[in-house]
Design a protein around this ligand. Structure first.
Ligand SMILES: [Mg+2]
Length: 365
């Protein structure tokens, strides 16, 4: 199976409701899709969202990385020489992790198809289905409590709440949510780098003293401040998960060696795909640090790749893959099955993606 052509397209999927965090507000998923064509007729799929405020990757940079670098090293390669493919991909350009992630998942998709096996079975086959949390957007406390009740009615038992814009209001928001949902509903929070270390400890401990029962906090301090993260981890009653601090396997290893976080969030778009995510998972196994798997605002191709990884590895114990259920429409054929919180995989080889619905992809090259 030889890669003969790589096509680039764009998809646009409206969200059910606008998605708001401390960093941005958006109302649709606008992703780049790669189609890897081969001489056997098999097609491998990859997808990347432009999440400039987190990864630095924009639509233009994702497309440019493919056009000017990735195509040059992958077209003509045999998929079965798999490590040659992934090494060439990782070596052809620095950074650009979103474009690399999309290309890497397309390679895994093809490799699975070549050997007629689903990617999650290639990687470890720990389970066939997983349960995701769902994100509650930042709004006033009453609206967030209503959204939380709605999510629980839809069957979710774990809520992820975006905080960080105003500490007093955040406590009020979480108190409103806690009062609105049953006690056994898990609530985790994501500060998206909003706090200073001492401020984070004060806010988090106040939350626990008020009985808000927070499962863990994601990224309380700015990404590059590993010492600050460690400070919070050592002093907060709430466990700390490193998200924006951990892009590469090297970052993950450093965080684990420092004891700077209790948990690590793996996202394909930060680390550059399944190949590098496996390195983070291996380091986490060595250090006994449980991982969460998360996504950006992504549609079903790239989240399906994350589902395969999550189903393969037991060290991934927390699932935050609500991208597709936040979308109002699904334009992708095949892939993982998303039934509210339950996500499951089929026995289709590779990623199991059958394509994008006719008229829902705009090819640009
Ligand atoms: Mg996060």
């Amino acid at each position: 199976m030889k890669i003969t052509e790589i096509r680039i397209g764009r998809i646009s999927v409206p969200l059910r409701v606008p998605f708001k965090t401390a960093l941005r507000s958006v109302d649709s998923v606008e992703d780049v899709v790669f189609e890897f064509h081969t001489d056997t007729g098999a097609v491998g799929y990859g997808e990347a969202p432009p999440t400039g405020v987190i990864t630095g990757d924009t639509t233009g940079s994702i497309i440019g990385a493919m056009q000017d670098h990735i195509r040059k090293v992958l077209i003509g390669r045999e998929v079965d020489a798999f490590e040659n493919c992934t090494r060439a991909l990782n070596g052809c350009i620095v950074k650009n992790t979103s474009a690399k992630a999309a290309a890497d998942m397309a390679l895994w998709d093809l490799y699975g198809q070549l050997h007629k096996i689903p990617v999650y079975k290639l990687l470890g086959s720990a389970r066939k289905s997983i349960v995701t949390d769902i994100t509650i957007s930042v709004n006033d406390p009453e609206e967030m409590a209503r959204d939380a009740i709605d999510a629980v009615k839809r069957g979710y038992d774990c809520l992820k709440v975006k905080v960080g814009s105003n500490p007093a209001l955040d406590v009020a928001r979480l108190a409103a949510i806690r009062a609105a949902v049953p006690k056994d509903i898990c609530v985790r929070i994501d500060a998206n780098q909003a706090w200073k270390p001492k401020e984070a400890v004060r806010i988090l401990n106040e939350m626990q003293e008020k009985g808000l029962d927070i499962e863990f906090v994601e990224q309380p301090v700015i990404a590059h401040d590993f010492e600050g993260l460690k400070y919070v981890t050592e002093r907060s009653y709430v466990p700390v998960l490193a998200d924006e601090s951990v892009f590469s396997p090297e970052d993950a290893l450093k965080i684990m060696q420092m004891g700077a976080a209790d948990l690590v969030n793996i996202k394909l778009m930060k680390c550059g795909g399944i190949t590098n995510a496996l390195k983070i998972a291996s380091a986490a196994e060595v250090y006994g640090v449980e991982c969460m798997i998360g996504c950006m605002l992504e549609a079903k191709i790239s989240v399906t790749a994350a589902v395969h990884l999550a189903c393969a590895k037991q060290i991934i114990t927390k699932i935050d893959l609500d991208g597709p259920v936040l979308c109002r429409e699904d334009h992708i054929l095949g892939g993982a099955l998303f039934n509210e919180k339950e996500i499951s995989l089929t026995n289709a080889p590779g990623l199991g993606i059958e394509g994008v619905m006719a008229g829902k992809i705009r090819y640009i090259d």
